[in-house]
Design a protein around this ligand. Structure first.
Ligand code: C5P
Length: 242
């Protein structure tokens, strides 16, 4: 098991707080705290509510995955990473396509500020190729290779830069494990039970299948949020992956 990875089945579950307002987010954190490992704050909620959303979650003793997918010049991303670290998020992410130096500098800056402030450093994750892109749209932006090849290559680059792991679709877990070994975190969205609505997710795995395939963490949103009984649904997922 990856020493940086989750220590219990519940800790593997990252709930996607895909809501618009602070109060809605607060409702979900109050309901699910203690039942999931981490709450993921994305661009919409963060842009609406700002850093106080992070503080609300951490003040309840819960962990935050700040999903802002940084991509800019190395100095700018490193500075943003420092701020995320100061907010004591458990995880944040950046785009591997931002390049080796951007990733390396951010890892270094986050570690340095955490050491200086004597606080834990967040895990840093890379996005390889967005799952919304296919080979045609990738060619438009000058990326030529077959998607699995590009994903493997970028994951390996992220690892060399000191990044802790990647966000990857269920189909990509195999190639990433092959290229990066077992001490590299894989966080996987696109999790559905056969009875769940697929929503806009095309290629899905069940929680158990994703863990068996080698995922460390599962990002789950709508299957929990839209369930009749969200707590019961989370408990079933935990049982499934125990
Ligand atoms: O509701 P659902 O379980 O589909 O939510 C999945 C979460 O993971 C969403 O916040 C979505 O933005 C995110 N995500 C994804 N696919 C990716 C990367 C992130 O679904 N490739």
């Amino acid at each position: 098991m990856n020493p940086l990875g989750p220590t219990s089945p519940k800790d593997r579950i990252i709930f996607a707080l895909d809501v618009e307002h602070f109060h809605e987010a607060q409702h979900w954190v109050n309901l699910l705290k203690g039942h999931v490992g981490i709450f993921k704050v994305g661009k919409q909620l963060f842009t609406h509510s700002g850093p106080k959303i992070i503080d609300m979650i951490t003040q309840k003793g819960q962990k935050v995955f700040l999903d802002l997918k940084y991509h800019d010049i190395p100095n700018t991303v490193a500075k943003a990473g420092e701020e995320a670290t100061k907010h004591q998020v458990a995880m944040f992410n950046l785009h591997a396509l931002g390049g080796f130096e951007m990733m390396r500098k951010t890892v270094e800056a986050s570690r340095a500020i955490a050491k200086h402030l004597e606080i834990p450093r967040p895990l840093i994750l890379a996005v390889t190729i967005l799952t919304s892109m296919d080979e045609e749209t990738l060619k438009e932006v000058g990326v030529q290779g077959p998607i699995p090849e590009e994903v493997g290559r970028l994951a390996s680059l992220a690892q060399k830069a000191g990044v802790d792991g990647v966000i990857a679709s269920p189909q990509e877990i195999g190639i990433i494990r092959e290229r990066c070994g077992k001490n590299f975190l894989i966080v996987t969205p696109g999790i559905r039970h056969p009875s769940d609505k697929k929503d806009d997710q095309r290629r899905t795995l069940t929680p158990k299948e994703a863990i068996e395939a080698g995922a460390d963490y599962l990002v789950i949103g709508r299957p929990i949020k839209e369930a009749k009984d969200p707590i019961e649904t989370v408990q079933k997922i935990v049982e499934d992956i125990s």
